[in-house]
Write a protein that binds this ligand. Structure first.
Ligand code: MLT
Length: 409
């Protein structure tokens, strides 16, 4: 009989968001009249910017003419999109990133999981706690961990707790690790990293020959000055970091699918024979073999994000969600809750009242207010006692959810 990848059996229950959806669906079935407001999964709700839609319609027309029809595109993405990204997102901020170091993909979730294909199985891996669950689960699936303990911590991973006590900013570990996942602006806490903090990480990585996997999917939500938007704003980061970016939350592409990963050409890691190998070559080889690129139509839509019209529309979209976050912060603070994040990120991280556990608070909100959030403990043991509220919804729903939770208009 065929056998399975036994590592999957180590995973806890379901992936967090399908598990929440399962509980919410059960509640909805038992309470068909409840008007449930979903502020759980960070999925955008507002229409795709017009500039993107227009560009995609034009691209569909291109596909209808023999002269402009496109078959397979380059696995790495079209040159015109990679060049536009390099110029706008990196070179304009003083980061020396070339177009051919940018790999277009269908999502950062996929890329942060797939990147493990090019790393060995013997790396010591550090994650913050709480953490975006994909980083942990994909390492479990790849066999990089032992079993989980009763708190849900997997043997073999180095967990770096981030709580209100350390301002949700992990310090570099005392021990030596090889791969470090950092996410800023942070999902789930909404925290951002200062230049000083990221400099410590880059210095640590260089001293320990470690690689930072830097997830900047929420970069467009940074509102405060002097917060780095890219790890490559830190000197030396090109020698020790891979960066993940996405159009999902920036331009409403969660259903359209487009993202990119930056793998600098001079970034190297060790082979078994002790030689240094360029990770760019391995990722290029991996993508060429396992991926056939993002559709031409979607890449044209993503390119339009950088047009003058697109930039104005995307900024308006982000401001809209950040205003939602400000309303959530303001109403919950007035109700006496301790809230974090939501200033440079679309997530508000809330301390549960009365020492309720994260899942007890989830149940209470669902039952009493018919509002869905995400239990902090779903992101890791140190998330226990916290709760994440997403700002991705209509204004009407956000205002109504806050009225129901606080009992105040
Ligand atoms: C979240 O809610 O954390 C996000 O939707 C996750 C994701 O982008 O995959």
């Amino acid at each position: 009989m065929a056998t399975i990848n036994n590592n999957y059996l180590k995973l806890k229950a379901g992936y967090l968001f399908p598990e929440i959806a399962r509980r919410v669906n059960a509640f909805a079935a038992a309470n068909p009249d409840a008007k449930i407001i979903r502020l759980g999964i960070g999925d955008v709700t507002e229409p795709l910017p017009e500039a993107c839609r227009k560009a995609m319609i034009k691209a569909v027309e291109d596909m209808g003419e023999r002269g402009s029809f496109k078959g397979y595109g380059p696995e790495q993405g079209y040159g015109w999109l990679r060049e536009t990204i390099a110029r706008h997102d990196f070179q304009s901020r003083g980061c020396d990133i070339d177009a051919d170091e940018i790999f277009i993909s269908d999502g950062s979730k996929c890329d942060t999981g797939n990147i493990l294909d090019i790393f060995g199985d013997d790396n010591k891996i550090a994650v913050t706690d709480p953490v975006y669950p994909v980083y942990v689960d994909t390492n479990v699936m790849a066999g990089h961990t032992g079993p989980a303990n009763e708190k849900g911590e997997f043997e073999g991973l180095v967990y770096l707790p981030v709580t209100a006590e350390n301002n949700f900013t992990a310090e570099v570990p005392a021990e030596k690790v090889d791969l470090i996942y950092l996410c800023f602006p942070n999902n789930p806490t909404g925290a951002v990293a200062s230049k000083e903090n990221l400099t410590q990480w880059v210095n640590y990585a260089k001293q320990n020959n470690a690689i930072i996997l830097f997830d900047a999917a929420y970069e467009a939500y940074i509102t405060e000055d002097n917060i780095p938007h890219s790890i490559y704003e830190i000197e030396g980061a090109k020698d020790c970091a891979i960066e993940f970016r996405s159009f999902s939350k920036t331009a409403g592409f969660t259903g359209t699918r487009c993202a990119f990963t930056v793998v600098p050409k001079n970034l190297k890691a060790k082979a078994a024979d002790n030689s240094d190998v360029e990770l760019w070559k391995l990722w290029n080889r991996r993508q060429s073999t396992k991926f056939n690129g993002v559709s031409y139509i979607v890449q044209r839509g993503a390119e339009a994000v950088y047009s003058e019209e697109g930039q104005a529309q995307v900024k308006a979209l982000i401001s809209f969600y950040l205003e939602n976050a400000a309303i959530i912060r303001e109403k919950l603070t007035a109700a006496g809750l301790a809230v974090y994040g939501g200033v440079n990120a679309p997530y508000v991280w809330v301390k549960t009242p009365d020492n309720l556990s994260s899942w007890d608070f989830f149940d209470k909100l669902l039952q009493n207010s018919n509002v869905v959030g995400t239990p902090g403990s779903g992101f890791g043991a140190a998330g226990e006692g916290y709760f994440r509220i997403s700002a991705f919804n209509s204004r009407e729903n956000v205002v109504e959810a806050m009225r129901r939770i606080t009992g105040v208009n």
